[in-house]
Design a protein around this ligand. Structure first.
Ligand code: DX5
Ligand code: ZN
Length: 223
């Protein structure tokens, strides 16, 4: 498979979460994307470790946990215990980012760093070799169902160039507004993880939507 699809549970049916997670288990999804929002870093509140613990009991997919919270350092161990495999923190929320990503790795999780749409790729210059994933926010974080910001393509290209210059490799994850229409161009530009909330869970056939998004894509542009 040329890229990974990570359905975002934020758009699932919380009254039938088990059923939705079982659908994801049977699908072509590679990971399950889990959005944690604190109402401070972003203007919305989602759920915390207790719910993630329950998700972990049902999900067979690696949990890709995206923390949209201030002071994530105080909860890293709890997210590990809840079942996170990949733990992504926001550049904008971490004054001691180097310490935070190393603490995540010491807890045996894969560290990721998310960038808000206005944060330049150059902010990753001195951290890129320490992390496994960069999450490029292609909407302003806080809500599902928003429109994709086109400047993201240019950020993917810049991020690939940074990785090449630093002789390192990271997962390039796109989060927000991913659709059946833009998925191909995103992968061709260099993304290899696509998060999809509404495109999957608002579809009449979520499993088929995941398969469509996951279809192998040829002619990836090399830089
Ligand atoms: C937004 C979240 C996303 C969200 C994506 O703050 O980080 O993961 O669930 O939802 P869609 O795919 O609907 O834009
Ligand atoms: Zn997310």
């Amino acid at each position: 498979m040329s890229h990974i699809i990570a359905p975002s549970v934020l758009s699932a049916n919380f009254l039938a979460l088990e059923k939705d997670l079982e659908m994801v288990n049977k699908s072509d999804a590679g990971w399950l994307h889990v959005d944690v929002m604190d109402g401070v870093f972003v203007p919305n509140i989602s759920f915390g470790m207790n719910i993630i613990k329950h998700m972990k009991k049902v999900s067979h997919k690696p949990l890709d946990v995206h923390l949209m919270i201030v002071n994530p350092d105080q909860f890293l161990k709890e997210f590990k215990e809840a079942g996170a495999n990949i733990l992504t923190v926001h550049y904008e929320a971490c004054p001691h980012l180097h310490r935070t990503v190393n603490a995540i790795r010491d807890l045996d999780m894969k560290p990721g760093v998310a960038l808000n749409p206005h944060t330049p790729i150059s902010a990753l210059e001195d951290i890129i070799t320490e992390i496994d994933l960069v999450c490029l926010m292609s909407v302003n974080p806080g809500f599902g169902g928003q429109s994709f910001i086109e400047n993201t393509y240019s950020k993917i290209t810049q991020l690939k160039a940074l990785c090449q210059r630093k002789n390192t490799d990271v997962h390039i994850e796109i989060d927000g507004g991913v659709t059946l229409r833009n998925c191909k161009k995103l992968v061709q530009t260099g993304a290899n993880v696509l998060v999809a909330g509404s495109t999957v869970f608002k579809s009449e056939n979520p499993g088929a939507a995941i398969s469509q998004l996951a279809k192998p894509i040829e002619n990836t542009v090399e830089i």
